[in-house]
Design a protein around this ligand. Structure first.
Ligand code: ATP
Length: 330
């Protein structure tokens, strides 16, 4: 297991990591998400030992990640790290040998991964002659060529075409199936949702949500209601005695939740001390209710609810989500 415990890192007055803790189990794909500047790259660099933490530990199978252990990691840095003027094939063989493989293994692994990643035909070309997407494939090959037992990939999907995304996804799944912990960062939340066994959402250097996609979606489950005929003021008036504050449905107007003329579509957080059926009955007293059901949010909705960016932190923080920010009829 990879264990990150209480990592702190400060750059001048900026606290990039603030007691960051999480773990990645063997054979697990861990999706690491957060806004720009949240601290993902800093955390991954510290895990890989290319940057030192101010405090905190990174352990793998119970032991500190030392130099020898780091040779068994496949790392894809965000800034990428290939030699532009070196040929793809020789470069991969060289990197494999740096990680301790013998010549024959380095050669056959290079052949295997360049075939797998669709870049075998570019083996004799200098890296700089390749398109950015193909350089990205070489970068992934560089992270895999020494048969690593742990993968740390910083935005491995950025800039890839859909075919390469599929190949990359498959490679990550296969690697995890061998028992390797796999951690990758990405801003493509649909991909993270599809691929990850567990997800960690980092905000301002701290892990603010962590769990399987199902667990995270369950904790964020909201009640969705579509009421017809009643005005928004009337709905608000009916819900207030329950201590419920309605919010705009974030999916309203999309193909998942098309707006219907004369209806009010809203969501609210269920309360443990309130019976949903009482709420439904109260709403039905002021007009017909077309829909009333729990809805599990997508990862992107959860993400928007939990992340905080420096711009979001004025002296007075705005309410999490208000209702009727959009103007609608009735
Ligand atoms: N070497 C450095 N010197 C000063 N500040 C840094 C340095 N590296 C990172 N930072 C700052 O630390 C914070 C975290 O940056 P980091 O690159 O880890 O974020 P990230 O989550 O990877 O963002 P992105 O999604 O944009 O790649 C940012 O505010 C960044 O400006």
């Amino acid at each position: 297991m990879l264990e990150i415990d209480q990592l702190n890192k400060t750059f001048g007055s900026l606290k990039a990591l603030d007691n960051l803790s999480f773990h990645v189990n063997p054979g697990e794909i861990f999706g690491f998400v957060g806004s720009n500047g949240a601290g993902k790259t800093t955390a991954m660099r510290i895990m890989m030992g290319v940057m030192a933490a101010d405090s905190g530990t990174v352990a793998w199978n119970g032991a500190d990640l030392d130099f020898a252990a780091r040779r068994r990691i496949g790392y894809m840095p965000s800034e990428r790290g290939l030699y532009p003027r070196m040929q793809v094939g020789p470069q991969l063989e060289y990197l494999a040998r740096l990680h301790g493989l013998n010549k024959a293994q380095a050669h056959s692994n290079t052949e295997e991964w360049t075939e797998r990643l669709g870049i075998a035909w570019r083996r004799d070309d200098n890296v700089q002659k390749l398109s950015l997407g193909n350089q990205q494939r070489v970068q992934l090959a560089a992270a895999l060529v020494h048969d690593p037992e742990l993968l740390i990939l910083d935005e491995p999907f950025s800039g890839l075409d859909p075919t390469a995304v599929e190949v990359m996804s498959k490679v990550l799944q296969e690697k995890a199936a061998t028992g390797a912990p796999v951690i990758f960062s990405s801003h493509q939340l649909d991909l993270v949702e599809r691929l990850s066994d567990r997800v960690g959402i980092i905000s301002m250097g701290t892990m603010v949500a962590e769990g399987t996609v199902d667990e995270l979606r369950a904790t964020g489950t909201e009640q969705l209601a579509v009421a017809a005929g009643a005005s928004r003021d009337a709905i608000q008036g009916v819900l207030a005695p329950f201590g419920i504050v309605p919010a705009d449905d974030p999916l309203a107007g999309t193909s998942e939740a098309p707006d219907r003329e004369g209806t009010n579509r809203f969501v609210f957080a269920p309360r443990a001390d309130v019976d949903d059926q009482d709420v439904l009955r109260a709403l039905m007293e002021i007009g017909p209710v077309h829909e009333f059901a729990p809805r599990r949010p997508h990862l992107s909705e959860l993400f928007n609810n939990v992340v905080v960016t420096p711009e979001d932190q004025p002296e007075e923080k705005p309410a999490k989500r208000g209702w009727f920010s959009r103007k609608k009829g009735a």
